[in-house]
Design a protein around this ligand. Sequence first.
Ligand SMILES: *Cc1c(COP(=O)(O)O)cnc(C)c1O
Length: 386
Amino acid sequence: MTFQSQLRIPGPTPLPERVLRSMQRPMIDHRGPEFAAILAEITAGARRVFKTKNDLLLLTSSGTGGLESAVANLVSPGDQVVAALCGNFGERFAALAAAYGADVVRLEFEWGQPVDPDDLRIILERHPNARIVLLTHNETSTGLTNPLRELARVARDAERLVVVDGVSSISSIDIEADAWGIDVAVSGSQKGWMAPPGLALVSVSERAWAQQAKARSPRFYFDWKEARTWAEKGMTPFTPAVPVAFALQEGLHMLEEEGLGNVYERHARLARATQAGLKALGFELFAQDGYRSNTVTSALPPGGLDVAALRKLLDTRYGVVIAGGQGKMTGKMVRVGHLGAVAEGDVVQVIWAIEQALEELDIAPADGRGVAAVTASVQGIPAAAR
Ligand SMILES: *Cc1c(COP(=O)(O)O)cnc(C)c1O
C-alpha cells in the first residue's frame, strides 16, 4: 500500500496537517520561557475542555501513566477501593489499584452493558470504608459510554473520591468535571486531542489533594506535588515530551476554533453514521443501545467472517486500519474508531472498504448498501424511512 494508512482505531488518532507542522521546529529549552508559555496555554486550554478550575497536571506518559499517577498519589496499601467496570480498561484500572496493594472491591457488569448507578449506590453502602471510586467514562474495549454524571453523583452523595478514566472521551464527549463532582480525571494526548502519544492530562481537586497528603504509596516520577510545584515555575519536574506539547497546543487551537459543542456534535454524528453503515453490512452492534460511544463503535461480525482476515485485507488492500476485540473479545469483534480529526468522508471510506472486503471474503456482495446507509445517516434520514 503506497497511500498513507487511514487510522480508524480508537487511538492513536490521525494527525492533522497543522499538528504535524507544529512539530517541525527546532528543539527548545524545556526550562526556558518558550516552553513555560506553551505549558501555560495547554493547561488553560485543557481546563476549559475538562470544565474544571482545579489543578491540571501534564505528565509525560501514555494514558495509563496518568491513571497510575492517580493510584500512586491517592491509594495506600491495604486501602479499600471500589472499581466499577464493564470492559478491559475498567479491568486495567482495577489491576493497577491491586498492584499498589489496594483491597479492590469489584462492581462488574457484562461487556457491552453500562455500570448501573443504583448498583454503585448499594455497593458503596456495603463498603463504607472504601473512600475511592474508580470509574471509566468511555469503555474503549466495548465501545460504550457509561452514565458518568449519574455515577459521579452517587459516589459524591456517598462522600467518596471520584476518579475517572476519561482517556478516550475527554475532548470528544462532553464532561463537566467540576459540575459533576469529579475529583480526578485523566486523559491522553493520542485520543481526541489530535496529538501523538506521550502526554497524560490529569485534573486534581482540593479533596484529592487532601487525600494525596495522607496516601502512603511510593511515588517519585508521578508525584503530583512535584508536578504542581514545578508547574508554578512554568516547568515540569522532568524532561517533558516537548514535540507532543507542540502538537497538543495546536490540537487545542483546532478544538477551540471548531468550538467544543460542535466537536461533540460531530463525534455524535460520526458514531450514528458508523453504526448505520455497520448494521447495513450485517454487523451486530455490541454495546447496549442508549450507551453507544461517540468515539468508537464495536460490532460483532456477520456469520462466517474471520475478523483477522478482514482487518488484514482492509490494511493491505484499502489502506484502512481498524481495531479488533480486546481481552476475551480478541478475534470476535471489530472496533472502528471515529475520534479526533475524523469527518463524515472518513466514515464513508471505512464502510466502503469493509463492504468491498466482505465481497472479496465471500461473505456478501458489495452493492453499495453500507455507503448508502452512512449517507442517509449523515443527511439525517431516519432509519425507518430508508
Ligand atoms: C487508550 C485508553 C487508555 C490509555 O492507554 P495508553 O495506551 O496507556 O495510552 C486508558 N483508558 C482508556 C479508556 C483508553 O481508551
